[in-house]
Design a protein around this ligand. Structure first.
Ligand SMILES: NC(=O)c1ccc[n+]([C@@H]2O[C@H](COP(=O)([O-])OP(=O)(O)OC[C@H]3O[C@@H](n4cnc5c(N)ncnc54)[C@H](O)[C@@H]3O)[C@@H](O)[C@H]2O)c1
Length: 378
């Protein structure tokens, strides 16, 4: 019997953006075997994709209810153990809930659900289930982001006084100005996407990066969102001022109409002893700034990095690793948790991150709708 963890995949078909990232990530580190799937809502498409990527077709199911029903008929040692949810947002909640209720471990794409209420229900479901649940805030898997977290925890930059997370993309600009185009993308459809597009899709990553790296929780926010057109129901750009319980303050800037930007996620954390800066498009450089020393650049794989950071590199310094490796690090953490092995709580974002994310998204929309007022997070 293979020692690999039996992985099921929901969504992530050949037509998807994120499917390949999860498939490759699950393969790196040799922990998982894709055992069953519903890659697409149409069975023929799912089967043909399974053949294309050479996965046995006997456990490709017509929908996720059937996947659960049929898998439960199998002996536990053959059954899918972990299921990854890579579908459009509105399916995350029903899929995750049913999987948890039936004893499966879950890896779920973000935003975890489409509403904060659903997120809290899912949290209660997980408490009963007692299985492992991860939310794929992929960027937390980068070695230099992990290094940031560990340096801040060790006091390297002192007390945090300013945070600035910016996530700028431009991909909605060619879509938003034409009525037909903006009506035909699922991310701009509240039924499929949830209450927010920009804050829900990428602002939430920026929010998570702040809480992940600083270890602090944002206490309140004031947001200003942009929809550009009256018939567009979803924010495509937004700014949120954020406050903590301490005197630290900061800003989350997110946009999908920052024309020409690709995947421009930048996080800057400033303390009274120094600052740290990291950019997703150059992920192997962590900039360490101070008042009285020249700029330092930390890179992955060197012994000066923390254990958590070093655990996320596989090759000696100078061999660039990227987004596939970052996601693989999250899958590695989940594999350890599923096997009951020791793992660091920074290895993968959990249900708490998912719930906090929905609290952020909901609060951003509410703040804007109420006329840009301060809203407390729970
Ligand atoms: N972690 C990240 O950095 C990151 C990046 C991109 C997307 N995402 C998230 O991943 C999810 C998917 O995004 P995407 O860009 O890949 O979307 P997509 O539209 O490109 O792909 C969605 C896939 O789900 C399939 N699907 C739809 N309905 C289904 C159903 N009922 N059963 C099974 N499969 C079904 C589609 O056929 C398609 O293969 C979203 O929640 C998104 O927010 C996360």
């Amino acid at each position: 019997m293979s020692k690999k963890i039996r992985l099921g995949i929901l969504g992530g078909g050949g037509d998807s953006l994120i499917g390949v990232l999860h498939r490759v990530a699950s393969f790196i580190n040799d922990n998982y075997q894709i055992t069953g799937a519903v890659f697409n809502p149409n069975l023929e498409d799912s089967l043909s994709f399974a053949k294309q990527i050479d996965i046995p077709t006997n456990r490709i199911y017509k929908d996720f209810d059937t996947l659960i029903e049929e898998e439960l008929k199998l002996p536990a040692e053959e059954r899918i153990q972990v299921c990854s949810i890579l579908t459009p947002n509105f399916l995350h909640f029903p899929m995750a809930k049913k999987l948890l209720e039936n004893g499966f471990h879950v890896i779920c794409e973000k935003p975890m659900t489409t509403t904060y209420e659903e997120a809290k229900i899912l949290q209660a479901t997980l408490e009963k289930a007692g299985t492992i649940f991860a939310v794929t805030h992929t960027y937390t898997g980068y070695p230099m982001v992990r290094q940031m977290r560990e340096m801040i925890k060790a006091g390297a930059i002192g007390d945090i006084q300013k945070v600035d997370a910016q996530y700028y993309q431009g991909w909605i600009n060619p879509i938003i100005h034409e009525k037909d185009k903006r009506a035909s993308t699922w991310r701009l459809d509240p039924e499929k996407s949830g209450i927010s597009c920009c804050m829900g899709d990428i602002g939430v990553h920026a929010f998570n990066m702040i809480e992940y790296t600083t270890g602090m929780q944002i206490k309140s926010l004031l947001s200003d969102l942009n929809y550009l057109y009256d018939d567009n129901k979803m924010d495509i750009d937004g700014t949120a001022l954020v406050r903590f319980n301490s005197n630290a303050k900061g800003i989350i800037r997110a946009s999908q109409i920052a024309t020409g930007e690709e995947n421009g996620l930048t996080i800057k954390i400033y303390g009274n002893k120094g600052g740290l800066k990291w950019e997703q498009e150059n992920p192997n450089y962590l900039y360490v700034m101070s008042d009285d020393k020249p700029l330092q650049v930390y890179k992955p794989g060197h012994a000066y990095n923390s254990d958590l950071s070093l655990d996320g590199t596989k090759l000696p310094p100078g061999h660039p690793e990227g987004i596939f490796d970052a996601m693989a690090n999250i899958y590695l953490g989940v594999a350890r948790a599923v096997r009951g092995e020791k793992y660091n709580d920074g290895e993968f974002p959990t249900m708490l991150d998912g719930v906090r994310g929905l609290n952020f998204i909901q609060s951003s929309v509410t703040s804007h709708q109420k006329g840009n007022v301060w809203i407390d997070l729970d």
